[in-house]
Design a protein around this ligand. Structure first.
Ligand code: ADP
Ligand code: MG
Length: 372
């Protein structure tokens, strides 16, 4: 028989395209939660209450006491590329070139049932809105899609239900609820350390006590003690590094000269001394207040400890780095947690040196103590 002729090429439906794209941004409950935490912090919240059911696959809920969302903005809230943070583009300290650019809530609405309850200071009551595929939908059959008046505190509660109900391959790629929950606790702990002035709680639905509960107005060190244990906290060293020195003139991706302050950066680190030894390295790395990964940074810090700790022993490190957002590599896709930035090598070297100096200094002062 004749070979079959070519099949017609068809355009994918837009909602199918968006669903695939969203699945690439939101990998698992913990990655959705990370976005929601960042939104709450961006909204100025000082209290974040997180409730989880079935590892976040059934329910992921975050209640904050931030500024809330204006009722008039609710219709476009979950559309792609809608953001209130654009005006902040001139505000360099807040600008994040590898952020989600108004894509987080949209993405979530394509792969889960999204409900938002929100109240601003000037609202007399809260509003409730339900979303699917980027748009408002009725919360119950027979009702309209319009936001409904309801009771609620100032701030925003976002509920994400039945994650990946419409993308079975994503759902199948998830681990057990307990493993997904462990990843959630990991993300919450890290943000709680980085934001010690914010109170975080995280609990399972129906569980009497939260698994994480931090006070507001704490310090990084206290938060580390509470979340990672006294063994780590008692052996912590601390260093601050900043640099305004510049090497050769930097260029941005468009090839134009980056302005004067483009090379400046600062870092703050809390890291365990030579007295602490773990089997696994724990690295909490925040760049411009976003939790990220940098395998180069990790390897460099690991190497510092390799020269100091016995073989196979590894440290705990919390590192917060602030760099000019214009020097974060925009070519790295926003959904990748692995980041690159200008002068990466030089910055990593300066930080490693500072950590090394502190570790060695600590050893010397101990040696000195012993002599005395
Ligand atoms: P982005 O954070 O990049 O702006 P998102 O999709 O995460 O994009 O959020 C879209 C917009 O929704 C935000 O710019 C903000 O105005 C609003 N928003 C989201 N979450 C909250 C929240 N918890 N409190 C107040 N506003 C929020
Ligand atoms: Mg966001």
């Amino acid at each position: 028989p004749d070979p079959p002729g070519p099949l017609p090429i068809r355009r994918l439906q837009e909602c199918v395209i968006n669903r695939i794209a969203a699945g690439e941004i939101i990998h698992r409950p913990a990655s959705a939660l990370k976005e929601l935490i960042e939104n709450s912090l961006d909204a100025g919240a000082t209290s974040l209450r997180i409730t989880i059911k079935d590892g976040g696959m059934k329910l992921l809920q975050i209640q904050d006491n931030g500024c809330g969302i204006r009722k008039d903005d609710l219709p476009i809230l979950a559309e792609r590329f809608t953001t209130s943070k654009l005006s902040a583009f001139s505000d360099l300290s807040r600008l994040t070139t590898y952020g989600f650019r108004g894509e987080a809530l949209a993405s979530i609405s394509y792969v889960a049932h999204l409900t938002v309850i929100t109240k601003t200071k000037s609202d007399t009551h809260a509003w409730k809105a339900t979303y699917a595929d980027g748009a408002l939908v009725p919360s119950k059959p027979g009702t309209t899609a319009d936001p409904k008046a309801c009771a609620g505190n100032e701030g925003t509660t976002i509920s994400v239900e039945n994650l990946f109900y419409n993308t079975p391959t994503r759902l199948a790629a998830l681990r057990s609820s307990s493993e997904e929950y462990a990843r959630i606790l990991d993300v919450v702990s890290k943000y709680a350390v980085h934001n010690p002035h914010v109170s975080f709680t995280c609990k399972k639905v129906g569980s009497p006590a939260p698994d994480i509960s931090t006070p507001s107005s704490s310090t990084v060190k206290q938060a580390i003690r509470l979340l990672y244990g006294q063994t780590i906290a008692k052996d912590l060293l601390h260093t601050k590094i900043s640099s305004t020195t510049r090497g050769s003139p930097a260029h941005d991706s468009a090839g134009s000269d980056v302005e004067e302050e483009a090379g400046s950066w600062m870092a703050e680190a809390h890291f365990t001394s030579a007295h602490y030894q773990a089997k696994k390295m724990v690295l909490l790395l925040f760049i411009n207040h976003r939790l990220v990964e940098s395998s180069r940074m990790k390897r460099a810090l690991e190497a510092v400890y390799t020269g100091i700790l016995p073989k196979g022993a590894l440290p705990f490190i919390y590192l917060s780095l602030q760099i000019d957002p214009r020097s974060v590599d925009v070519n790295v896709h926003p959904t990748k947690r692995e980041v690159h930035f200008l002068n990466e090598e030089a910055i990593i070297e300066r930080i490693s040196d500072a950590v090394q100096t502190a570790l060695v200094g600590q050893n010397q002062s101990r040696a000195f103590e012993y002599q005395a």
